[in-house]
Design a protein around this ligand. Sequence first.
Ligand code: MGD
Ligand code: MGD
Ligand code: MO
Length: 803
Amino acid sequence: MTNSFTDYKNTDIFLIIGSNPAEAHPMAMRHIGKALAKGAKMIVVDPRFTKTAAKADIYVPLRPGTDIAFLYGLINYAVENDLYQHEYVHNYTNASYLISPDYNFADGVFSGLEEKDGKLSYNTASWAYQKDGDNIKKDPTLQDPRCVWQIMKKHVSRYDIKTVSKVTGTPEDILQKAYATYCESGKPDVAGNLIYVLGITQHSYGTQNTRATTMVQLLLGNVGLPGGGLNPQRGQSNVQGACDVGMLWNNITGYLNVPDATKHPTYKDYLAVETPKTGYWSNKPKFLASLLKAWYGEKAAKENDFCYDWLPKSDGKDHSHMSSYVSLAEGHIKGVFCWAENPSVAGPDASHEAKALENADWMVCVDLFENETAAFWKRPGVNPADIKTEVFVLPGALIYESEGTRTNSSRHIQWRWKAVEPPGQAKSSLWIADRIFKAVRQEYRSGGKFTDPILNMVWNYDKPGQDGPDIEKIAIEMNGYNVADGRVLGTFGDLKDDGSTACGIWVYAGYYYVDPNEQDPLLKIPATKRHGTEDKSGLGVYPKWTFAWPVNRRIVYNRCSADPAGRPWKKDKPYMVWDGTKWIANDVPDFGITDAATKAPVPPEKTANAPFIMLPEGQARFFVPAGLKEGPMPEHYEPVESPVKNLISKQQNNPMAKRWGGEFAKLAETGSKEFPYVATTVHYIEHYQTGVRTRNSPMLVELMPEQFATISPTLAGNLGIKPGDEIIVSSARAEIKMKANVLPIVKPLIVNGSPIEIVSLPWSWGYMGLSKGSIGNDLTPFIGDANVVVPEYKSFLVNIRKA
Ligand SMILES: Nc1nc2c(c(=O)[nH]1)N[C@H]1C(S)=C(S)[C@@H](COP(=O)(O)OP(=O)(O)OC[C@H]3O[C@@H](n4cnc5c(=O)[nH]c(N)nc54)[C@H](O)[C@@H]3O)O[C@H]1N2
Ligand SMILES: Nc1nc2c(c(=O)[nH]1)N[C@H]1C(S)=C(S)[C@@H](COP(=O)(O)OP(=O)(O)OC[C@H]3O[C@@H](n4cnc5c(=O)[nH]c(N)nc54)[C@H](O)[C@@H]3O)O[C@H]1N2
Ligand SMILES: [Mo]
């Protein structure tokens, strides 16, 4: 999230799209409620009339998978009616940049699509900025047909309200009202807050959906302001932290790309390929050197490239969840560690994923319960004697039974103390990881292949008299320290590329720091443990409450809260103000306000042309010149399983969507008569995810005891189904039984003249626990987004019949 939950109270208009905070983020809903109580407006865009929608001023129903059409309709409306934030677009975005004359877009396909050995990919050369030496060519008048503004204007002009309505199934008058209302946030002093979650991301073009939300917020000048921003509310309590510490398959810690054997065989190659000349990422060598120093300690020196050669290198292929399961199914993986995960319920086309596990020789599950994944060898329909996989279940401690930080969506790294001891033999993940590492190292002491990285890895977390590692030592390593004297670092500004500093996660630098000169008793403890409730500005900043990465900054890109001359766009909520001689900052600025050497104030003109500090060009992108797999701008495609032909172009699907063969290739065809309804899968407040924790809780099971599909009264009528009847829901992958929940929260939408029924399914059931049910994900398609390979859980085809 660019902003924080405590900032939501500053919002004037919410656009909540593909997110149902009333159920999935109830505490966030409370903060939304604070703004609504003060008169803020709320628009909810969702195929279902959700509990969040029940509180909205405008509810916009739409067909699952058509968000780009909706959002482009909004952009087109803002441009056509001149409702966008001119000064913001001119100064803070790449609207004026000129694009290569070779760039072209025709009938759903961008220039550069190439086929090699039956595989499609985009050559992005024609998407590049035009350059004059190192300088990007621009047209400040925004008139040049080759400038980003004109290219975008033309691109979105195809998405007029009539066309959008035909695609999304949203009535035209509702689109008109929603667009007019949200475009009010295009006024400089009105803050629009765009909140999204899985309704946007879980599609074969999920990345492009998120890109479209960004374009809307830039156009209306909503990024960097209090009450504004792009706020994808994260999922599990520490999923933000998991990403920060490198749990994504394509990142190491702090969002550094995984070293790649071909692209970066050496340290010098890594730095040459990965370090831009300008923007904050130009500091990358300091982050990587400090990281290697933290991991390899005394062995890491400038002369040996800080032991970069010891890092494992990727083969450059996709190793996402889905690809890993394909490898497993093909017999390339011998052993599986399943740590606090239940993929046999959570993964797409789950019955085939469970079958793939049979190919592993062994599997270790670390969990609170024996979940469906740990129990895959005795799942319904298989004979345990036929399955050779040896399964070990290690009992894990719950979050309240162990100490450590959890990072929330607001990037707050919050310390949690242990409340109770774990029961029986259960141990914290840290304790288990420590034992496993030490046991592996012990094995390597007697030899093996390439023992250096294992034998020399820094692993000095023992504490005399304590069973298990000292978490404080780990916290300090993550935070970063001065190598010579162990001094804990206050900011990543102190990191060096010469081996004099060590730091596990550069974005976390400062979270465990205490200023020795600090007088305020509230601040005499590490930042992450602070609970100060002071909010001097009244804007919900709370600088003494825990630590928000980066550098305790609560709103990122906050230079954009003021105009180029440093006058706040929102006069009633000034965030960063140039008072004529100096800056008054209500948050940690992410731009220079005083000169480091002279301490003189830096006038606003100096920082007005590069407020987006993480981009080499310093200005935000409507058009992305390289790096995305399927185009420099989004384009509407149909979900891979769709009831209709693409009305916008001849290109039916995202040409770059990830598909696989074999067992995982089962799909319904476009307009299938066999599977005529559009299904989506959703989260409910009563159950959590795969339901392992909640289906083992008697009270929650009492609240929501059984699995059900929600269908409209019209569909129920047509099929002769009454509320509570048992029904069979089928897809090209499987068929499963559940109860019918007949409610007008879903209604048929008129798509290009014909009604399309929508079915909403929970996916939190399985065959273990107190409440048992079938696995919703047996139905979902094995299709992934082109860039991040998130499965297409939110739109696929099903049929329904009475059981
Ligand atoms: N109680 C509880 N809380 C949870 C969870 C839980 O399981 N239970 N899960 C946690 C996790 S890990 C996550 S990631 C979050 C998920 O939080 P959310 O993403 O808010 O939850 P979902 O219900 O998956 O999806 C949000 C909404 O998207 C709508 N939707 C479906 N398809 C589309 C589409 O194509 N376009 C649009 N615009 N909307 C669509 C759905 O109808 C739904 O109302 O919740 C977290 N919080
Ligand atoms: N169809 C469909 N599928 C989806 C989604 C969807 O919207 N639709 N949503 C997706 C999303 S956003 C997510 S995040 C995934 C979630 O998928 P999972 O992460 O696999 O689901 P969870 O139920 O959260 O499983 C976590 C497991 O960890 C265990 N656990 C919990 N706390 C601890 C702990 O402290 N220590 C240990 N050792 N174990 C612990 C639980 O008992 C449980 O077995 O599902 C995805 N799958
Ligand atoms: Mo999630």
